[in-house]
Ligand binder design. Structure first.
Ligand code: GDP
Ligand code: MG
Length: 162
């Protein structure tokens, strides 16, 4: 079995951009995976000769009920299926109530979680990301999914145990 990496986070933080960068083509989409649903997208990816499965979660926007529904319906299931979880936040938008709600769920489970600040291109990332330490998920990994900055380094670290 290949290691599985789940991408979670509120809408618009860049999960699908990262998924597309990691999988690169529609051919990478996985058609048969236990629990496969239309709410989550599964792709095959490879970094530094390590193949893995990446899960994109998405779809629901916004209000607090939406966040709960999102966590219940797909993010929690993706986390369940994952060996490592990449929790994306938006370095430009700053911290939101939705980020805090998701972090609350993530702190309660056992999977290895990487807190990932995306969209750090063209900004002072250290200044912009400091507030995310309040999510109490440890180190903050800076990336720019749209440009690839920090992505391989992050995945190599997440996949190191496998
Ligand atoms: P999702 O809802 O979490 O899947 O987010 P998307 O991948 O759809 O991205 C939401 C928006 O953020 C899109 O307009 C992306 O182009 C933009 N975006 C994603 N990654 C980056 C990045 O690294 N830098 C910048 N500046 N924008 C990004
Ligand atoms: Mg998406």
């Amino acid at each position: 079995m290949l290691p599985v990496v789940a991408l979670v986070g509120r809408p618009n933080v860049g999960k699908s951009t990262l998924f597309n960068r990691l999988t690169r083509s529609r051919d990478a989409l996985v058609a048969d995976f236990p629990g496969l649903t239309r709410d989550r997208k599964y792709g095959q990816a490879k970094i530094a000769d390590q193949e893995f499965i990446v899960i994109d979660t998405g779809g629901i926007d916004g209000d607090e009920q939406g966040i709960d529904a999102m966590m219940a319906q797909q993010s929690l299931q993706a986390i369940e299926e994952a060996d490592a979880v990449l929790f994306l936040v938006d370095a430009r938008a700053g911290m939101t109530v939705a980020d805090e709600a998701i972090a609350h769920h993530l702190r309660k489970q056992e999977k290895k979680v990487f807190l990932v600040a995306n969209k750090t291109d063209g900004i002072d990332a250290d200044a912009a990301c400091g507030e995310f330490y309040a999510l109490a998920l440890g180190e903050i990994h800076h990336i720019a999914a749209a440009h690839g900055r920090g992505v391989n380094q992050l995945l190599e670290q997440a996949l190191r145990p496998f």
